[in-house]
Ligand binder design. Structure first.
Ligand code: NAD
Length: 392
């Protein structure tokens, strides 16, 4: 069995090797591939090829992919959470240090000097760039996931008092967060007490404008805000007022819009938080492994539109279904199997919203019977995708 993968955006070749020998990448089957691997390619407004079963985004955000349309078409969408977390962590730590000392302005100023007495001019003018130290200051981290959790741990090693807020933190992530990080139950505690605040949450209706006029009203003068998550987490009009009144000393962000550029108290980077060679490689490796696992075993890891499903394949055949999450669907699937006199070795059905993923391991070696069952499922209105996987 050869699976076909179409790639976009120059996916790292070393990562693509993770696919192994049963995959053809960007070959003659790529017009109707089994899977896409991409980074920022915008799929909104495009048509999915009939054969497409999986899309892997080598990165964290998936807003370039129409998730609801993919789900309805029976396509599992994956991302690579945490693969670029270390890169973003380092960018945020650099920003934290930079916001305490105005290195950029200091460097700009020193480059304006000339003449034999530059050292003298330096000594006379350097006072304007005296900064402060981050050690002993309080950092508030909003969102303690892959990136926020790492930053919280490192910041406390740099001598900062760290407060973290994340009402939805996963158990796995929580285990990795230092007990020195103080967990708070109300984000207002961070707004009211932190000298520096860094945000690491996804953009959702709940998180949009996390930094609004009510939030700024709670902050002491001189607060530094670092935003390497998404621009829309900050209400820019409220931010400008907070800068004007001295509440916000500096805003550092990875997301530029015209109104933020060339402002004295604002530092904008061109979305480079996750842009390192190591992160790009990690993302490609994770995307390659995820697609290989899904295509070869039907197991799901790190999908944004279907739940994780893991089960070792020991039976001769496995059928995977993407089905509408309607009443009695599992009973109807089981009946279809027993009507053909086939034994179920194992069945897993996990739903997410209006759709579910069913993994059906069959204790049956008669391929003709299995083909009949596949045909029955394909004819069902409630099933949008049927795949047959044979044990190697
Ligand atoms: N600048 C860049 O280049 C870059 C790179 C990667 C990720 N990002 C952004 O950073 C974000 C975080 O990435 P991650 O890898 O840490 O994701 P993650 O999923 O590991 O962590 C996100 C955390 O936010 C928490 N959360 C969700 N809603 C919340 C809320 N209302 N209040 C507090 N916490 C909340 C979740 O529980 C989770 O722990 C991404 O969504 C993405 O937007 C930016």
């Amino acid at each position: 069995m050869v699976y076909s993968v179409k790639t976009f955006n120059n996916i790292n070749q070393v990562g693509l090797k993770e696919l192994g020998n049963h995959f053809q990448v960007d070959g003659d089957l790529a017009d109707n591939p089994d899977a896409y691997i991409l980074r920022s390619q915008n799929l909104h407004g495009t048509t999915f090829p009939d054969n497409l079963k999986a899309i892997a985004r080598a990165g964290a955000g998936t807003n370039n992919i129409p998730i609801d349309e993919a789900t309805a078409a029976g396509i599992v969408v994956f991302n690579t959470p945490g693969a670029n977390a270390n890169a973003v962590k380092e960018a945020v730590l650099a920003s934290l240090l930079m916001s305490a000392r105005d290195y950029i302005a200091a460097n700009k100023w020193v480059n304006t000097l000339s003449g034999d007495d530059v050292p003298k001019q330096v000594e006379a003018g350097k006072k304007q760039f005296a900064g402060s130290e981050i050690s002993g200051k309080t950092l508030g981290v909003i969102g303690l996931g892959a990136i926020g959790g790492r930053i919280a741990n490192y910041a406390q090693r740099l001598g900062m008092n760290v407060m973290g807020y994340d009402p939805y933190v996963s158990i796995e992530t929580a285990w990795n967060i230092s007990h020195h990080v103080k967990r708070v139950d109300d984000v207002k505690e961070i707004f009211a007490n932190a000298d520096y605040i860094t945000v690491h949450v996804p953009l959702t209706d709940e998180t949009r404008h996390t930094f609004n006029s009510e939030a700024f009203a709670l902050m002491p003068k001189g607060t530094v805000i670092i935003n390497f998550a998404r621009g829309e987490l900050v209400d820019n009009a409220a931010l400008f007022d907070a800068i004007e009144t001295g509440v916000v000393k500096r805003y550092i962000t990875d997301f530029g819009t015209e109104e933020l550029l060339n402002k004295d108290k604002i530092t904008v980077f061109p979305h480079v938080g996750g842009s390192t060679a190591e992160a790009e490689l990690n993302c490609a490796i994770m995307a390659g492994k995820t697609i290989r696992q899904f295509m070869e075993t039907g197991e799901i890891t790190n999908s944004v539109n279907f739940p994780n499903v893991h089960q070792a394949l020991t039976a001769p055949y496995r059928i995977t279904l993407i089905n509408k999450n309607v009443p009695n669907i599992v009973a109807r699937i089981s009946t279809a199997v027993s009507n053909l006199g086939i034994n179920i070795d194992n069945i897993i059905n996990r739903s997410k919203g209006e759709y579910a993923y069913t993994l059906l391991d069959l204790d049956e070696t008669d391929k003709a019977k299995i083909d009949d069952l596949v045909a029955t499922f394909e004819a069902s209105d409630n099933i949008v995708r049927v795949r047959l996987i044979t044990k190697k």
